[in-house]
Design a protein around this ligand. Structure first.
Ligand code: BV8
Length: 244
């Protein structure tokens, strides 16, 4: 049973800001960052692969990891959690969806106002210039057609800055919203994990949805135990007054 106070806050909200992490894609079959990577990758820690240093050390290994993740996502479909957020966007005056995920599943589920805080798995950039490029994906390490340097996945690695526009829009949404929902994230990666605190500081109602409490749980007004694919449709039913 969801807290009536949270449902009421959503009914009255002018602006809802949502932050999602790997957990919302777990029910689409995409492994989360901190679960052991299955199969080929269990001996690698994603923290060691998602860095510019790892790429420079072994670009072919990093490309193999990202190709493996692209194939996982290509075979996945949005789950009821993704779809509920797309429907929520139709029910509230304004919804800003900030995702740490790079899988593009929110857009495929129909969400429109999506900020890809850590980039997108299916975008390729020049490692030297940073610009978006199209490459011949057959090469083990594709090259930039303009400068001949390495091509890289268009994601934000550890130690790299968040794209300025994504950072500004996300901070503005956290500081403006009436309700902030943190869904499926361990709240360990910054600056994304700092958004909830920005919302709390301006007295938004803040709630997290996660099977287990995260390190920020005591900073939230509500810590709702459960899977996104179950809790979000229930939240939607409560909001549209259709109790199951
Ligand atoms: C930067 C893209 C500075 C790549 C990723 C303080 C301030 C600023 C920075 C730092 C700081 N302290 C430390 C830092 C550095 C670092 C950082 O935060 N390190 C951490 C580990 C301590 N941050 C950075 O480096 C960032 N850059 O700050 O730059 C700067 C400024 C100017 C100039 C230069 C530099 C960049 C971080 C971005 C890293 N890139 N991804 C890729 O994907 O390959 S982060 C990566 O982790 C993913 O994006 C992932 O989304 C993200 C966070 O993890 P989660 O999403 O939370 O996933 P996780 O597996 O941890 O948890 C899943 C959760 O889901 C669990 O809680 C689980 O219980 C739950 N769950 C499971 N099933 C379900 C579920 N929930 C709901 N339903 C379910 N069914």
């Amino acid at each position: 049973m969801l807290p009536e106070a949270l449902i009421q806050a959503l009914r009255e909200a002018r602006h809802v800001c949502v932050l999602t992490g790997a957990g919302i894609s777990a029910e689409s079959g995409i492994p989360t960052f901190r679960e052991a990577q299955t199969g080929l990758w269990e001996k690698h820690d994603p923290m060691d692969l998602a860095t510019p240093e790892a790429f420079l050390r072994d670009p072919a290994l990093v490309w193999r990891w990202y190709r493996w993740r692209r194939s996982l996502v290509a075979g996945a479909t949005p789950n009821p959690g993704h779809r509920a957020l797309a429907q929520l966007e139709e029910l509230v005056p304004q919804l800003t969806l900030v995702t740490q995920n790079v899988d593009g599943l929110h857009v495929r589920a129909g969400s429109r106002n999506v900020i890809e805080f850590h980039g997108n798995l299916f975008v390729t950039r020049c490692f030297v210039e940073g610009c978006v490029i199209e490459v011949d994906d057959e090469a083990e390490v594709p090259s930039c057609p303009a400068c001949g340097g390495h091509a890289r996945p268009g994601v934000v690695w550890f130690g790299e800055a968040i794209p300025e526009q994504a950072l500004e829009r996300s901070f503005a949404a956290a500081q403006d919203c009436d309700v902030f929902l943190s869904i499926g994230t361990s709240s360990l990666v910054y600056p994304a994990a700092g958004l909830a605190e920005l919302a709390k500081r301006q007295r938004a109602v803040v709630a997290e949805i996660n099977p287990g409490p995260t390190g920020l749980a005591d900073r939230f007004d509500f810590a709702i135990p459960g899977k996104a694919g179950a809790v979000l449709p229930e939240l939607l039913a409560g909001l549209s007054g259709d109790r199951r």
